[in-house]
Design a protein around this ligand. Structure first.
Ligand code: NAD
Length: 261
């Protein structure tokens, strides 16, 4: 009988986890018995309610810690405030779509800060804790755009390629320790962000829901199906298992075949 709570006794910090993929991964960790730290830049009652509801549902300890990860000091403070970090999931991310010659500098700076630099700061703060504990997992949520490119996404593609590169460096610097660092590279995942684009796409192209999803949104995803936040949670849990102890410095694509094209 497999252990239903293999991560009991571990603490997982998941950045950008009041929505979408981060929330799904955090829930998977809480269900697996881990103590979980949720995070976003807001400090709303709904953020703290999310933590309470997840704790009630799973029986695990769940806290919400506000930190704006566009600021490196706040990124480090998130980890310091949590006080312990066995599993660090760098997930927070934003997007902006525009040609390079029109790309607003402020958007470039924000995407690099939130999608890439925050992972440097949280990892720097978390590694000493993992070393003290004698075990650790760094899991960076990159993207298919960490391995390939699309037009009009210069900052996002640069940041995600940067995350994949930094993941390899963390893996090499911890290679002889019981710590691993890997990047999960999702294709399109059904999150509230994507759900919102479906009616917009239907209207823009005059298509029904199914055609808008398959022919426009999932144009580059050969499976013609979205990955789910639950599947990403399961992938992250696998990376925490003993079976994955020698998997480090690599990427795991969850993209329905996108990067096989
Ligand atoms: P989302 O918008 O639902 O979630 C993004 C999270 O990041 C939210 O919790 C948000 O509050 C948080 N965040 C944004 N700015 C922040 C800041 N300054 N400080 C702290 N937190 C901040 O989007 P998502 O689709 O769940 O994306 C999550 C991650 O997965 C991102 O890194 C994204 O690039 C990546 N990703 C998403 C997809 C997809 O199809 N949805 C595909 C590949 C990769």
């Amino acid at each position: 009988m497999p252990d239903a709570t293999p991560l009991r006794g571990k603490t997982a910090i998941v950045t950008g986890s009041n929505s979408g993929i981060g929330l799904g991964i955090a829930r998977s960790f809480a269900r697996a018995g881990a103590s979980v730290v949720l995070n976003s830049y807001t400090d709303d009652e709904s953020d703290h309610a999310l933590a309470r509801d997840m704790a009630d549902e799973t029986g695990s300890d769940v806290r919400y810690i506000q930190a704006d990860l566009s600021d490196g000091d706040q990124a480090r403070a998130l980890v310091e405030t949590a006080g312990v970090c066995d599993v660090l999931v760098n997930n927070a991310g934003i997007q902006h779509v525009a040609g390079i010659d029109e790309f607003p500098t402020a958007k470039w700076d924000a995407i690099i800060a939130i999608n890439l630099s925050s992972a440097f700061h949280t990892t720097a703060a978390a590694l000493p804790m993992m070393r003290r504990a004698g075990w650790g997992r760094v899991i960076n949520i990159a993207s298919a755009h960490g391995l390939t490119a699309s037009p009009y996404k210069s900052a996002y593609v640069a940041a995600k390629h940067g995350v994949v590169g930094m993941t390899k460096v963390v893996a090499l610097e911890t290679a002889e320790e019981p710590i691993t660092a890997n990047a999960i590279c999702p294709g399109y995942v059904m999150t509230p962000l994507i759900e919102k684009q479906i009616p917009e796409t239907m209207e823009k192209y005059g298509l029904d829901r199914e055609t808008a999803i398959k022919e426009v949104l999932l144009d580059r995803q050969p499976s013609k199906a979205f990955a789910t936040t639950d599947q990403l949670g399961g992938t992250a849990i696998f990376l925490c298992s003993d079976h994955a102890a020698q998997i480090t410095g690599t990427t795991i694509s969850v993209d329905g075949g996108w990067t096989a094209l």
